[in-house]
Write a new protein. Sequence first.
Length: 756
Amino acid sequence: MAHQASTRAGIAPRLFALGRFLARRAPLLAFTLAAALTLLHLRAMLTLSELPMRGDPSLGFGSDLTPSHYPWLLSAMRSLFDTGTLPFWNSYINGGTPQFEAPEAGVLSLAVLLGGALPPEGAIQASLLLHILAGMAGVYLFARKLKAAPLAAALGALAFGLSPYLTSHLRSGHLGFLLPMALMPWSFLCLWNALTAPRRGALWAVASGLFAGLGSLEGGTTPVLYGAIGMALCAVCVVLGPDRRAFSLRLITSGAVAALAALAVAAPQALPMMSFMRLTGRAEGLAFKYSQAAISEVANAMPSLTWFFLAALGLLFALRKGAPRAGLWLALCAAFGVAIWKLTPLYWLLWRFVPGFAYQRIPERALVLTYTLGPILVALGLTALWDSERRPRIMRGAALLLGALLLFQIVDRAAPLLPTAPPRREQRENPAMQWLAEHARGARVHIWESRDRHWGCDHVTLPLGLEAITSYTATEHHDYLPSDFDPPGYRTFVGESYRAPAKFWGLLDVKYVLSSTPRDTPGFRLAARVEPCPVERCQPKKSAGTYIYENEMRQGRAWHAERALVLVGPERATFEAALDLMQLPEFAPGRTVILQTAPESALARESAGARIAAGLDLPGLPRWPSKEARALARATLAPAARVEPTPTTPSAAVEVARLDANRLSVSSERAGWLVLSEKLALYPGWSARDGSGVTLTIHRADGVLAAVKTDAAGPITLSYRPPRWPQGLALSLLLAAALSLWLVARHKRDNPAPLN
């Protein structure tokens, strides 16, 4: 008996010590539990060698992650880690296109950096998981700062990590939403710390801007803009509290510092991106009817009644417990997200008057504010019930009941993930793509069914090293690829190409075309017929078409033209005139190059060669499509001896080598017009130099191609650097230096050296 009593006496201190140990670590344990539940739902992502399946229209699902973001990030990884160059240009999609400036490409994101140590698929999945957990941590810490109980703060973090908004966009593969959304809680928390911790407020303000800038580099567009709107709402909180003047000054200072810090991070990419957007189908933003289209991307988009009730209690808790401004700020942001979604007049006001908002679409996306900041109020609401001094037992019972109900709703409303598969298995088991990878040998390929930017196959072509002339992309030059927002009758090169596919695709060096059905089109011969691949393994279905045709009018990557026909006028008018001329049977790319130039250019003033005005009247020039202009065009395009045009073959006289992602080397054997099947003239960042270092002018030719005039045989080097990249980099360094000096000065002012 004495032994048993002594044993019991020894257990009691141990249990007491264990209780104290757990109590001290309650915050960590609570957050760990929330993170574990989130990872349980996202367990398919823990297989780092797999990505969500691409989908097909017949399957009823699709993800942007695999066909869009995966190729972008893979191309960036190859540039950085294989050739040691910044990923300015992507030669694998759309016949070559800018990558660094594409708003959602995320070429400087965490995923790309992780690609130096992990396989591409693993780097993307790891980046996603780390961002989601980081976002949950930001929500948790913000709630704890506002005096939420550990378990309530953890439930708020779970309401963020498994929110219908986040999980639905995760299912859709929208990295441009997910990654910046995960950084938003940190940006808001740091700004709040800057407003409430004067001694280190400067550092917190800079940190807030850094998180916002990183969100931009991660490919964020919509969340970054809505985050800026949410931060601006903090100005309303000035009405609460006695120190309105001091708070207003801190808000103005901290907001300005945060904005400068965000610009310091984002400027090297933001400035080139602004130049790039002017060339795309969204150059002037979207028309309001397109911008506010009521498209549902989020299942169970509206928060539950339990969520709203607890958020309202959270606002009351903040108002009573010494954080009225924070509570009002969070409540305004959460309510504003729902209001933008539901109230068309409010959305119109933002579209009309907020800079950059006209580029946005789908009002439902404003819920990023609701589901990022609302969970903090939910945590405060649970804490209000638990800490209530009136009828504490009843209130704690209500807190437990509502917490359990909310937990059930969080798990129940979270969108399920798509099935995953190893991309390399699909690439390996796709007979059509394997055949193309073996036979293309540097030439481009095309999939017949790809007329626009939808349901691309870049997730197979790019990893296999195949260059395609269409892709799954949100932005591309407005003259090249049809987009969702083109006006009726808008003509593009790819859209027009289906009227004379062999000729147009041959201009882009397309050697092989994959088709799901047999074709009988002039200029193509059946090169192979391969085994089909089930859509359950190879997606979309058209990526595994069984018919492979060889283009007999493939022109090669570069060639010499005997003469030039110059179209003079506005850019759009000369482009459409070039499309008309290229349809004529007399046009043969190896004989004549069709140049497009502005009236004020030196090329327009040259007397040599035939010139035709397009889109305006010019003295001495016939205007297209007049009878005189057509006669001149046919006379120029016609061969010296009257023979029918025949299919051409790649010129052996011109060799093209890709030195790295951003540079080409062309070896020409004679002087004259050299035409390149590259879209270099569409983008002002390209430059050309001959072997002696003389700068050559790159002219727009044959619709979307490029041509240079050389005076002698020899090598030509072409390089790409995004417009305004040097200015963006200089601005970034200047702002970083200025902010650093300012922080040092503030530190010295607040911590003066002691007197001896």
